[in-house]
Design a protein around this ligand. Structure first.
Ligand code: NAD
Length: 295
């Protein structure tokens, strides 16, 4: 199948490579040349614009930073809708605001383009090994059409969550749980260290109990090493929590824990740590307690 792929960053590059490995023909575009060159070296064909990608392909995937980028790529000059024929399927796999997905899908529908939102969880390692968790909103028939041959070539699971925007609502829920969980872990392990108990022993003692979590297993070793190389960046998590807070405020669903963690992330960004891994929340607690978990 010929597939267009726009947005070849940390996630898009390995996802595109997995589609090539699965035998698909790929036409790619990114404003930054490095990602395009890497995809072309793996067998993709480069296009000069998002419009040109859509002119060439009946299915187009986007993997971009946030709502404004997807709007630019799909709706603006030289964008997907300028090139797409009626019947084209647009799979937006970026993590964006659910309201933006609905807005973009409406404009797509006016051109006969069928859009689903399909954000992912799992980060770069799972993008590389093709085991992402994919959460999908939009027309269920379109989801079924692309599930096996496309989505499950990049992910280990693809779950249909509801109407357009439901994929991104699910992703926001995921990001709220992850952010609050990392903050709780950083708070608890700072307490243990300051009280004189070795945080590595605390980890061994509690990871198998009710407090244990995927977040604890992934992030506590980084906190113990003082290694905050991303991973998932503080700046990207701020973007997701902004979308969560705006969405929650718009529908009357307060997010007090999320708001607190957002301010911790803002403190890290102000300290020049926006490009750190989100486990850098340990550095927020180091700043307020005067005690480092590790490193
Ligand atoms: P990234 O910044 O590495 O990549 C985004 C790519 O989009 C870049 O290559 C950029 O040049 C390109 N781009 C931006 N504007 C463009 C335009 N107008 N036209 C063409 N290309 C354009 O980001 P990423 O880490 O790959 O993340 C992509 C999305 O996936 C984000 O929404 C992010 O929140 C989400 N996500 C990331 C991770 C992660 O661990 N990095 C995990 C899950 C989900």
């Amino acid at each position: 199948m010929k597939i267009g792929f726009i947005g070849l960053g940390i996630m898009g590059r390995p996802m595109a490579k997995n589609l090539l490995k699965a035998g698909h023909e790929l036409v790619v575009y990114d404003v930054v040349r490095a990602g395009v060159d890497e995809a072309v070296a793996a067998g993709a064909k480069a296009a000069p614009s998002s419009k040109a990608v859509a002119q060439d392909c009946g299915i187009v995937i986007t993997m971009l930073p946030n709502s404004p980028h997807v709007k630019t790529v799909v709706l603006e000059k030289d964008g997907v809708l300028e090139g797409a024929k009626p019947g084209t399927i647009l799979i937006d796999m970026s993590s964006i605001a659910p309201g933006a997905s609905q807005e973009i899908a409406k404009a797509c529908a006016q051109k006969g383009v069928k859009m689903i939102d399909a954000p992912v969880s799992g980060g770069e390692p799972k993008a590389v090994d093709g085991s992402l968790s994919i959460m999908v909103g939009g027309d269920k028939a379109v989801f079924e059409q692309v599930k096996d041959d496309i989505l499950l070539k990049m992910g280990a699971s693809a779950v249909y969550c509801g109407e357009i925007g439901a994929g991104n609502t699910t992703k926001l829920a995921n990001q709220v749980v992850v952010a609050c969980n990392i903050a709780a872990v950083a708070e608890a392990f700072t307490l243990a260290k300051k009280a004189g108990v070795d945080p590595a022993l605390v980890f061994d003692a509690i990871k198998g109990g009710l407090a244990g979590s995927t977040v604890m297993n992934a992030k506590v070793p980084m906190m113990l090493d003082g290694n905050f190389n991303p991973g998932f960046k503080v700046d990207l998590h701020i973007k997701d929590l902004n979308n969560a807070l705006e969405t929650g405020h718009a529908i009357g669903s307060p997010l007090p824990l999320t708001a607190a963690v957002m301010e911790m992330f803002q403190t890290l960004r102000a300290d020049g740590r926006g490009q750190d891994d989100h486990s850098s929340l340990a550095n927020y607690y180091a700043k307020v307690s005067g005690t480092k978990i590790g490193g």
